[in-house]
Design a protein around this ligand. Structure first.
Ligand SMILES: [Zn+2]
Length: 112
């Protein structure tokens, strides 16, 4: 957190320090800042022994869940580029790029 060290009298009443939001964490999948809700996603599913978590939007996590099986997620692991190579995921990321960080929608589950 970079703060100005100068302690001059002027500008002292600016409330920006207390109101400044915590620095936004970028989403692992789409790279946008996360909104009010941060989902801590296991790139390798917990049921497959995954322990690492990454910050994500709920909608981005949902996209992974509906487009990949646990086995695929386990295989790709932390390799987000491999996930983005999926055309459906790529399309989603391009589409969601201009949405509000707190934007959510129901991602239709593909019938397999
Ligand atoms: Zn995201």
């Amino acid at each position: 957190m970079a703060r100005k060290h100068s302690k001059h009298a002027f500008h002292d009443d600016e409330p920006q320090d207390e109101d400044a939001p915590a620095p936004a964490v970028p989403c692992w999948l789409c790279g946008r800042p996360t909104g009010k809700t941060i989902v801590w996603h296991h790139p390798v599913p917990k049921s497959r022994g995954g322990r690492d978590v990454v910050p994500m939007h709920a909608i981005c996590q949902q996209t992974l869940i509906v487009n990949f099986t646990n086995s695929e997620l386990q295989r790709h692991g932390m390799d987000v580029e491999a996930l983005l190579a999926n055309p459906t995921v790529r399309k989603f990321v391009d589409w969601v790029a201009n949405k509000d960080p707190d934007f959510t929608a129901t991602i239709a589950k593909k019938r397999r």
